[in-house]
Design a protein around this ligand. Structure first.
Ligand code: NAD
Ligand code: USQ
Length: 400
């Protein structure tokens, strides 16, 4: 298939582009490189050094013999995405290209507005480009498990049957997101569902849990092909952060009571799930939702696993206030059978996976900036003072 990978320079987009290319698909990566600008704005870097997009693509072609094309531009620029869709004539588009950090979206008004404009307008432009160019293009969009929030009932895959005053219907599952970032995904989902209904588009919304790990078959072929690995308090996700903290002797930063339970998956399963969604497309007019995670753990359970596996003693930070407003003990039981029904064979989290992540950290420990670990964004405040942020000309993209 001809496939566009939007956000193909990011943590998940880059390894997915390589994986799809390795399977013989014709790949074009689309990205405005803004993720690299957030690093400069925050004054942090990926733990693993990442090559330029040009060098990555050249190395992949040299090693695999497969060409990956690149289009650099911004999805909020409608003319750009219309031109890319018209020129590339894709059969499918995988959309990773959004601002994806909850803390970043909660820094202040500017960052909340930037996040929602970037994500919602980017996806709207894309939907219009598909509708006006070729409505049969299958849109595979990365959403988040956090769209649902943490209700005291089982979470279904996108829809729930409700009986109310004697009448029954299947309705979108209620959404209770926990940040302006997570809210942007809720808005995207509603917009896509509407476009499928009124224009007959076809879309798969992948409500993904938290991804961990960095190693994939293709990115391991050469250091130039490596994907990023974030451990800072704004972009680092919880298990990746705990592995860095354990190796560097930093107490594990469990926020609050630590009973927050999340759906999790290995980065290799992100690649597998996206591939399954692409190779088993939605029907015309269908808006389908897959819950994309393989296991669930509480934050405390993850900290204890890391503590147990780490060869050196590790403390769990005592009584760390939770900078977020979220349930710290809650019921969590979410359905995730649709991707398994398509053939997903999960890579489960075990001691070996955590050991592998710690070995990765050990190899790059000289690059760890311990100042980047403490949380700096406070949900209760509408204007957080980011201790790590340095004023940067690269932040001009925030001027919305
Ligand atoms: P990332 O920030 O590493 O990658 C996103 C990429 O999109 C970056 O390369 C960025 O430059 C690009 N981008 C952002 N806005 C753009 C725009 N307007 N135009 C063009 N390119 C743009 O994020 P990631 O961790 O790879 O996540 C990818 C997707 O998966 C996101 O949509 C995210 O919400 C979702 N997701 C991620 C996780 C996770 O744990 N990382 C979990 C669930 C869902
Ligand atoms: N947490 C800690 N200590 C830390 C970091 C996080 O206790 O040092 C807690 C948070 O309070 C939260 C949980 O761990 O309860 C997860 O936090 P996270 O930063 O790992 O993940 P989150 O903010 O939810 O966002 C990440 C990705 C986002 C994706 C989401 C999937 O950045 O793009 O959408 O995971 S989900 O969580 O299922 O919504």
């Amino acid at each position: 298939m001809k496939i566009l990978v939007l956000g193909g320079d990011g943590y998940l987009g880059w390894p997915t582009a390589l994986h799809l290319s390795g399977r013989g698909h014709d790949i074009t990566v689309v990205d405005n490189l803004v993720r690299r600008a957030y690093d400069r704005e925050m004054g942090v870097e990926s733990l693993v050094p990442i090559a330029t997009l040009g060098d990555r693509v050249r190395k992949w072609e040299e090693i695999s013999g497969h060409a990956v094309k690149v289009q650099v531009g911004d999805l909020t620029d409608a003319a750009f995405i219309y031109a890319v869709v018209a020129e590339c004539e894709p059969e499918a588009i995988v959309h990773f290209g959004e601002q994806r950090s909850a803390p970043y979206s909660m820094i202040d008004r500017e960052h909340a507005v930037y996040t929602q404009v970037n994500n919602v307008v980017g996806t709207l432009n894309l939907m219009y480009a598909i509708a006006e160019t070729d409505p049969s293009i299958h849109l595979v969009k990365l959403g988040t498990m956090g769209e649902y929030g943490y209700p005291n009932i089982d979470i279904e895959e996108g829809f729930i049957e409700i009986t109310h005053k004697g009448r029954t219907d299947v309705l979108p599952y209620p959404k209770q997101p926990g940040s302006f970032y997570h809210l942007s995904k809720v808005h995207d989902s509603a917009n896509m569902m509407f476009a499928c209904r009124v224009w007959g588009l076809r879309a798969t919304d992948l409500n993904q849990g938290i991804v961990y790990g960095q190693s994939t078959i293709e990115t391991d072929l050469d250091p130039v092909l490596a994907t990023r690995f974030d451990y800072d308090a704004v972009f680092g996700t919880v298990l990746n952060r705990f592995c860095v903290q354990a190796v560097t002797g930093h107490p594990l930063t469990v926020y609050g009571a630590g009973g927050q339970t999340r759906g999790m998956l290995h980065i290799r399963d992100t690649l597998a799930c996206v591939t399954l969604a692409l190779e088993n497309p939605a029907e015309r007019s269908e808006f389908r939702v897959f819950n994309q995670f393989t296991e669930s753990f509480s934050v405390r359970q993850m900290a204890e696993m890391v503590q147990r596996v780490c060869p050196t003693p590790v403390d769990i930070a005592e009584g760390l206030n939770n900078p977020r407003v979220e349930h710290e003990e809650h019921y969590f039981h979410a359905a995730n059978t649709k991707l398994r029904d398509l053939g997903l064979q999960p890579h489960l989290l075990d001691d070996g996976v955590i050991t592998g992540m710690m070995e990765l950290v050990e190899r790059h420990r000289g690059r760890v900036d311990l100042n980047a670990i403490a949380p700096t964004v406070e949900w209760r405040s509408s204007s957080s003072i980011l201790k790590t942020a340095s004023p940067s000309s690269d932040a001009s993209f925030l001027a919305v």
